[in-house]
Design a protein around this ligand. Sequence first.
Ligand code: DGJ
Length: 577
Amino acid sequence: MNRPSWLTCKLCILLFAAPSVVAQKATPIPVIAQRGAAKQLIVDGKPFLMLAGELHNSSASSSAYMEPIWPQLKALHLNTVIGTVSWELMEPKEGHFDFTLVDSQIASARKQSMHLVLIWFGSWKNTSSMYVPIWVKRDKQRFQWAQQHDPPTPDHPKRGLYALSAFCRNNQEADARAFRALMEHIRQVDPQHTVIMMQIENETGILAEARDFSPAAQAAWEGPVPDELLAYLSAHKTQLLPELATTWQRSGYRLHGTWSDVFGTDRYAEEIFSAWYFGKYADAVASAGQKELALPMYVNAWLVQNEKQIPGDYPSGGPVSRMMDIWHAAAPSLSLLAPDIYIADFEGTCDSYARNGNPLFFPESRPIPGNYVWAIGHHNAIGVAPFAVDDLKPDDPLGQLYEKLEGMMPVLLKAQETNAIVAIPPRNSGVITIPFEGFEIDARYVTTRISNSPPATTSDSANGRRSQQAVAPDVSITSGALATGQTGYGLIIAAGPDEFYILGRGISLTFNRPASETNDWVMYDFEEGVFLNGQWITGRHLNGDEGPTLRRLTLPDNGLVLRRVKLYRHVGPGSVG
Ligand code: DGJ
């Protein structure tokens, strides 16, 4: 058989290389940028909302395992998958890299026209060092581990740590070298930016203790607070979050001395010390990667679970909201600090992270549509994501939400930018008033729908069994309190003068003008519809039984719906006031 000529080979290379060269020129790198009233993630040069989901930790370690999952995720209308890269699998021998699993995630995401956020499971995962390569684990001399207080005391009971020390330069350098190699590889294979963001480590901090007691850590604790941190504190003194200001205030806002001179000797002081060094470590890893490819990067937090916990009960030094100032000072290469929200206080958590200019994104949470709608409408979240998205069934309500948000994305992102969006928080009962676009909107949490009669029981003569068969709904409207466990929620976008798009369920709305005009505003042109690529496509024109009752517009509690409504001021004869 003839061997291919040199010319044939060269032609082949040109043919295969050409598309990616063209793509590389065309695709700007993702960034997080302030646009009007909102900080937004810009992908392909346009604002982008991550309708995301995070995979189980081990899913992406097998391309074969993932193969049937990708189409499922697409069917749920995800536009972004949060995948993983494990240091131990990527660098099984020091300096020898295997990017097979990275490449297969990129190829699969592209095939589904989805984006990727990749978690770097490097030195720490949930505070432990379970993902570090075996050549790191074995060399205790070169790679130092965090230590507990020795000897144990009642305040420092022995619990066992399985964590690299953040104070060992060899650890940091090996992690940063590997991460840099990863980013170099992504730069080479992904000029079209399928990968839009990177997570550095996973839920850092130290458990059991509020700080590391290894010799290097002890020396740092006894040493001076670095000038870099003191300069940051001094420059930002009036904008510091109250949690940090309160601890620092105990020393009279001292600007020199050891950690205990400046912050005190308790666990809250130790938490600041730990946050600084974990932040510096993450910053060194992120900035090493950004030398190759400057994607937006973030860290995620294992949250304080309840008010009784003190640092060490939760990971001390991790990016919990009370430590945001320290992380901002230590890690300027990070674009945001992200909460993993499993606790009940979803709204309080978002409030606490949407401070000091931190864009809101939660890579892990429970798939609760009302929470996501609220975070997007109230805090301009740049993305939302449940954990373990590979477990969700195709008919999960999250898919219906993502489908609707996907279509309305250009309108929604423009509304974030122009402050033309408001959220109705998820609640089970009561009424709240939301000022918006000159109206005071009363939102009531109620169940209202075209009455679904209970299914009639009929006999199935073919097989002699009894079966259930739904009868056609009659047209009466039922309304009352939402059932236990049900929530109403929504968001409203200003579509034009006295015109609104409304996404929601389980609420009934009245639009009032303050004071004298209150009862003059009546609804008309009430439509159901969908957004397709940002264009409103009208469905039924809702009136009569399905329409608003003059002043009250009701979104049923048995499914998420999209509506457009206009209002006009009805004065004089026939007034409803
Ligand atoms: C939080 C971690 O960040 C995830 O990787 C995963 O372990 C979940 N907890 C499990 O609930």
